[in-house]
Design a protein around this ligand. Sequence first.
Ligand SMILES: [Zn+2]
Length: 152
Amino acid sequence: MAISCAGCGNELAPQQAAIPCPRCGSLDRNMTAEDGAALMDEKDRVAKYLATKHYEVEGGLSRIFRLTGAAELEVEPAEPIKLLEVNESTFSSGVRPLQFAPAPASGIPFPSVIVEVTPDEFAMIESEELKLPRGWKLGEELPKSLEEASGS
Ligand SMILES: [Zn+2]
């Protein structure tokens, strides 16, 4: 089974789930639970890829974590991939999520949200003195390179 467009019935790959249907432009999807699982796997893969890209271009980045919301939201194609980035060279400005649109040409076919914090702010998030927005939870730490991700 593939994810299908609710507009025209076109079958779509998981990486096409959050971008307009190439045939009719619709963003509505028909998905089974199995499709949802395939979509979650694809989001995991893209999250790791996005993290390695950020490590390549941003100096001062020390750690990147996945942020996750409610499971029923995460399975939605339009729910962004959310990353918490700990950056030694950023300014302390609190938890401010920055939204980005999907960039399929860059290998990121899902919307994303980046929250950048200082190491001190990260310590406060870990001790829950500083709250993450929208009920997000701190998820797994993402590797610095794809070799590291696939290794061991
Ligand atoms: Zn369509």
